[in-house]
Design a protein around this ligand. Sequence first.
Ligand code: SF4
Length: 52
Amino acid sequence: MNEQGQREVEEAMKGVESVLQSHIPPFRKLPYCSKCAYKDFCYAGEEEEGEV
Ligand code: SF4
């Protein structure tokens, strides 16, 4: 990776950190979540219905 690429990665990482520091709304299950490719990320740390 050249210096420009490294700077772009560092800027992208700052953007990620900024998003993580911002307000994150509470998780809300949507009707189409069960077929969504991001389900495992969105459901991380959440209890599935029926879990105790
Ligand atoms: S990204 Fe997918 S799993 Fe997450 S809330 Fe949206 S539809 Fe549901």
